[in-house]
Design a protein around this ligand. Structure first.
Ligand code: GDP
Ligand code: GDP
Length: 433
């Protein structure tokens, strides 16, 4: 998992402009692979070879112009809880406002690294004006212009310096995270699963963030459950905003191999669930969708089919995902859920021998080659699975830039048909040979 950086600040200071600048290059790649553009407030960036996740907290607040001060406070509180570093952005054009002072007051108390960023410093004159922000009591600041990019390098140098190293934990046990919207039944599911009356919530304040896995041995499977219990700690923070469920899912998702996405059957697969789904998919995590509270659904003959179709429509083009109808209450198909998660875990760590891969894929490619582009023919000569923790494939050819997304999706579908990758995102690279 990579370190998490949250951007906080009042509306209109330029948070999303800055966010977009940092994630643009990578997002373009990710979107080209998946063929979709989704949540624009969360993304990966990197600097000097160090990767981090970036969250634009403001992006999750609705009607940001008339935002309540209280909302900002909650936003900052949550960022303090969940992030490894915080970027507090202010606006030199507007100068210091009351809301800036409120945020600064909250941030002065935290021990995590806080970077005060004075934005919209587009020229030297504004550089002079920026000094007033010393009075926020947060020490030195970084001045930059999100629009033209000047000054961002200095900030990023300092930022990646303080971030913890990213780690792919080398435990051979599957790590499962139970994620979903508030009230979907996540804790009920975990209770049903681990057979305790209550899901014991340990106060992890003060302990390191890396020790949030708990080992379980259930139904003959051994796995680590990524502890999302921290989620419950601050009940005083209202849970109804999208921001909170997403923000709180991020760390669990990043820590997991497979995400069990719990959906409330009575509410359906709505936009917020979709966001969590894409969060997992973009992080190349395995996914199992659990449609919970199935006991509450008046069954008709087509119920399962209709639900399945609706979900698949929302998650196109990545539809090769298991969907299981469960009830945490009656424990219906709880075992099946875990069994499926284990299968998805195995699919995610599967390595197809190069010989076998080529024996299957080359004849398919020969039969249906990439369409010619500008009169040029693309010849794919060879493919191989990369030695990454999740499935990525490189196809070597003469003109990689001419292979477009539809053909990559065709290759992906053929891989899925011939080798079981259910529940697992696949990345395809075209490389020059
Ligand atoms: P957010 O509400 O904090 O996410 O702010 P936005 O990113 O939406 O930016 C608010 C406004 O400030 C927009 O009109 C941006 O074009 C403008 N803006 C953002 N960054 C800069 C900058 O570096 N210089 C100038 N002059 N304007 C900026
Ligand atoms: P969480 O916020 O996602 O952890 O959700 P909870 O586990 O706290 O469940 C929210 C509410 O849904 C509680 O009142 C549960 O009793 C109820 N609930 C959870 N799973 C089921 C289920 O399978 N069937 C029914 N009927 N209710 C459920």
């Amino acid at each position: 998992m990579s370190a998490i950086v949250a951007i906080v600040g009042r509306p209109n200071v330029g948070k999303s402009t800055f966010f977009n600048r940092l994630i643009q290059r990578r997002e373009a790649i990710v979107d080209a692979v998946s063929g979709v553009t989704r949540d624009r407030h969360y993304g990966k960036s990197d600097w000097n070879g160090k990767e981090f996740s970036l969250i634009d907290t403001g992006g999750y607040v609705l009607g940001s112009d008339d935002i309540f001060e209280q909302e900002i406070d909650k936003q900052v509180e949550l960022a303090i809880e969940e992030a490894d570093a915080i970027i507090f952005m202010v606006d030199v054009e507007a100068g210091i406002t009351g809301m800036d002072e409120d945020v600064a007051r909250l941030l002065r108390k935290v021990s995590k690294p806080v970077f005060l960023v004075v934005n919209k410093v587009d020229n030297a004159k504004r550089e002079e004006q920026a000094v007033e922000f010393y009075s926020l009591g947060l020490g030195d600041y970084y001045s930059l212009s999100s629009i033209n990019g000047s000054g961002t390098g200095e900030l990023l140098d300092a930022l990646v310096e303080v971030l913890p190293e990213s780690t792919e934990e080398a435990d051979e046990l599957p790590r499962f995270a139970v994620v979903g919207r508030p009230n979907a039944g996540k804790s009920s599911f975990i209770n049903a699963l681990i057979g305790e009356d209550r899901y014991i919530v340990t106060d992890i304040a003060g302990t390191t963030r890396d020790s949030i896995d708990t080992r379980y041995n259930r139904f003959g499977f051994e796995f680590n459950l990524v502890d999302t219990a921290g989620i419950r700690r601050k009940a005083k923070v209202k849970e109804d905003l999208e921001f909170y469920s997403v923000m709180r899912s991020i760390r669990a998702i990043e820590h997991a191999d497979v995400c069990l996405l719990v959906v409330d059957a009575t509410r359906g697969f709505d936009g917020q669930v979709e966001n969590i789904f894409w969060l997992a998919a973009r992080n190349n995590k395995g996914i199992v969708i659990l449609v919970n509270k199935w006991d509450l659904i008046e069954k008709e003959t087509q119920s399962v089919k209709k639900f399945t179709q609706n979900i698949k429509k929302s998650i196109e083009p990545f539809t090769d995902v298991p969907i299981i109808f469960i009830s945490a209450l009656t424990k219906q198909r709880i075992f099946k859920a875990i069994e499926t998660a284990v299968t998805v875990y195995e699919n995610r760590s599967k390595k197809i021998p190069t010989r076998k891969l080529n024996d299957i894929m080359l004849p398919i490619i020969e039969h249906t080659p990439p369409p010619s582009y500008k009169g040029k023919y693309v010849r794919i000569k060879f493919c191989t699975q990369l030695p990454t923790p999740y499935p990525q494939f490189a196809f070597f050819c003469n003109l990689p830039q001419y292979v477009k997304d539809p053909y990559k999706r065709f290759l992906e579908n053929k891989l899925r048909e011939n080798f079981d990758f259910t529940g697992v995102p696949i990345t395809i690279f075209m490389r020059k040979k």
